[in-house]
Design a protein around this ligand. Structure first.
Ligand code: AMP
Length: 493
């Protein structure tokens, strides 16, 4: 999972400060590496390991001049962890193009083999974006030759169509073609989010696209259009905007963006993440009542992503809401630690209890998801140690059972605590007195309520049904092995 931003400003301005602000706003989407590329009469690039504030020094910002640029924060799901694998990527031929993306290419191994090994081209990195950029550039090169060196909007859409035809999986992409324009596009199923906005000042019109709308907010943009599945938006050099459905399939945005990944202040496909999480909580509260589950004394969220939902659970159940767990924000994600033992200890490092909210009480803990079960098990132990009488657990999503080949860093199949266990067995494993997962259709309905046009969502991690038909067991195995080998290499963690 990654975050990106692209900005095309009026002539004479520098977009780097806005890209920097935008990257800070999506830092939660990737803390592994950050990068930015701008264009003056040449490309200016800075990318490296680390958080945004560590990667860009003052002298980098002075060097990153130009009125067009793209930026990226990386959470690697494919590729190694070398600086060369960080985004953006750029190519100089046939036109200078710089690109960023969020997503995961599912036919990467086949494409590598076809295009590169048998085709003789050599790669600079292990990042799947390099393949997308290569195919896009191939499209431009075909048109460049036919048009005798002129590239216009139709040629850009031709290159996008070529990417759609060739590259399978989930990807939202932003690129600029030097002295030609900026393009943003989404895979034919619209699995990954993307948003687009504009603003005008005395200098002229500014255009921005990003993986989450919070990036637009912090830079003062208004969301002006939604980019649908298989759709592309192109802003030409003279600032003309063209939007086109290039390839259409069924729209299936990833529901996990609303469940866990995105910031609550973002809108995805015109649906508020905050309001959706509140609706998850309300539905979960109703479910708790309908099941006749025991009433606790207090509702406590597992910080941070379940807070909005937990408040709604409490109000639906007419119970007190209390902050009983405190998160140390300055500890990295426990999720990416190499082995079980270090994962458990880092959860303890990350969360601490306020005992007076637990002592002698029946508590209902609310979290957004249970993956391996390590976090929940440890939190339950902490709650009991703090004197809780009974510990109940409610989750704002259904049991996770299938790996995500589209770029969400999930456990491999056998690591899911829900794999092969009933809800009662999971409750026993976690040592909770009652466990309730949000019903899958109620979860989808909560997101759909914000935009009734969204008929379907990608629920693959809950069902194992992958919307892009190319995901076979063999492909999943290749993707899992690739991730497994990166996880077992401490240098990549
Ligand atoms: P686990 O201990 O494996 O069950 O992890 C569950 C916790 O990880 C929950 O509190 C989630 O909020 C969080 N989580 C869920 N998905 C991810 C992800 N892809 N990356 C990092 N954390 C996650």
């Amino acid at each position: 999972m990654c975050g990106f931003i692209g900005i095309f400003g009026p002539d004479g301005v520098d977009v780097a400060p806005e890209i920097y602000e935008g990257l800070l706003a999506v830092q939660h989407r990737g803390q592994d590496a950050a990068g930015m590329i701008t264009y003056t009469d040449r490309f200016n690039l800075r990318k490296s390991h680390g958080m945004v504030a560590e990667v860009f020094a003052e002298e980098d910002m002075q060097r990153l001049r130009g009125n067009v640029g793209v930026g990226h924060v990386r959470y690697p799901t494919v590729g190694e962890n070398r600086s060369e694998d960080a985004q953006p990527f750029h190519h100089t031929f046939p036109l200078g193009t710089a690109m960023v993306h969020n997503g995961n290419v599912t036919n990467l191994a086949e494409l590598r083999d076809e295009l590169f090994v048998r085709g003789g081209t050599r790669l600079n990195s292990t990042c799947d974006l390099e393949v997308i950029l290569y195919v896009f550039q191939q499209g431009l090169a075909e048109r460049f030759a036919e048009n005798k060196g002129v590239i216009g909007v139709e040629d850009i859409f031709y290159a996008v169509a070529k990417v759609h035809k060739t590259v399978k999986g989930a990807y939202s992409v932003c690129a600029f073609v030097a002295d030609c324009g900026m393009v943003a596009f989404r895979d034919p199923y619209g699995i990954k989010p993307i948003c687009f906005g504009e603003k005008t000042d005395e200098g002229g019109r500014w255009f921005a696209c990003a993986s989450e709308s919070v990036v637009l907010d912090v830079n003062g943009y208004r969301r002006t259009t939604e980019i649908g599945p298989g759709e592309a938006v192109f802003i030409s050099h003279d600032r003309g905007l063209t939007q086109r459905k290039v390839t259409v399939e069924k729209h299936t945005p990833c529901i996990f963006e609303w469940v866990y990944f995105s910031r609550p202040d973002s809108f995805l496909d015109n649906v508020s993440v905050y309001k959706t999480r509140r609706r998850f909580g309300k539905a979960l509260g109703k479910q708790w009542k309908a099941l006749g589950a025991p009433m606790p004394d207090v509702v406590i969220p597992v910080p941070d992503s379940s807070r909005d939902a937990a408040m709604a659970v409490a109000s639906e159940l007419k119970l007190r809401y209390r902050e009983g767990l405190v998160k140390n924000r300055y500890i990295g994600r426990t999720f990416i630690m190499p082995d079980q033992a270090s994962r458990s200890s880092s959860i303890r490092r990350k969360l601490n209890v306020i005992p007076l909210e637990f002592r002698g009480k029946d508590v209902l803990l609310v979290d957004d998801s249970i993956v391996r079960g390590n976090t929940s098990r440890r939190i339950v132990q902490m709650a009991r140690a703090a004197g809780a009488r009974r510990v109940y657990f409610a989750v704002t999503s259904p049991p996770l059972i299938a790996p995500c080949p589209y770029g969400v860093d999930m456990a491999s199949k056998t690591e899911f605590v829900a794999d092969g266990r009933t809800v009662e067995e999971i409750a026993e494993f976690l040592d909770v007195d009652r466990l309730v997962y949000l019903d899958r259709e109620a979860m989808n309905q909560a997101a759909r309520k914000g935009n009734p046009c969204l008929e379907h969502f990608c629920n693959a991690c809950f069902t194992g049904d992958y919307p892009t038909e190319d995901v076979t067991l063999e492909r999943l195995k290749v993707i899992e092995d690739e991730r497994g080998s990166q996880r077992s290499n401490p240098a990549t963690l």
